[in-house]
Design a protein around this ligand. Structure first.
Ligand code: ZN
Length: 142
């Protein structure tokens, strides 16, 4: 019979537009080489990088772990730390009083170069700032 060898496509008008992709599931510790979970990628300094999981692996937990292709993984953004440091420096400048050098947990009014306590004597809540480093103390961020 003609056409019988062809794969039948079951068209369901109520099916979600995004068909559920079936990916292989491996037993615990039986995942093939070249695949890794996000945590394993992370341990190598990698991230999935846009690829979707290609397989699952059974875990001791209730949910399967998702496996990604190591070959398609991308390095964790190397700029992150430097960017964070730069951002923190910029933030610190906006949060630190230039008079008493306390660093507040909020951005100081841009019209002032000092905190309110230095500006007009309004006492600052000690819970809202980090005291300035003691003289002679080691400054890790210096
Ligand atoms: Zn101040």
């Amino acid at each position: 019979m003609a056409g019988q060898h062809m794969a039948l496509v079951d068209v369901d008008p109520h099916a979600p537009t995004e068909p559920e992709v079936t990916i292989p599931v491996f037993k615990r510790l039986c995942a093939p080489q070249g695949l890794a979970t996000k945590r394993q990628l992370r341990a190598r300094g990698l991230r999935p990088g846009g690829q979707g999981p290609v397989a699952e692996v059974e875990t001791r937990g209730p949910r399967n772990g998702l496996l990604y292709e190591i070959a398609k993984a991308r390095p964790v953004r190397p700029m992150t730390l430097a960017k964070e440091y730069a951002l923190d420096k910029a933030m610190a400048a906006r949060q630190t009083c230039r008079s008493c050098h306390r660093r507040y947990h909020f951005v100081l009014p841009t019209s002032l170069t000092s905190c309110l306590e230095c500006h007009d004597g309004t006492p600052a809540d000690p819970a809202t700032y980090t005291p300035p480093p003691a003289p002679g103390a080691h400054q890790l961020a210096a």
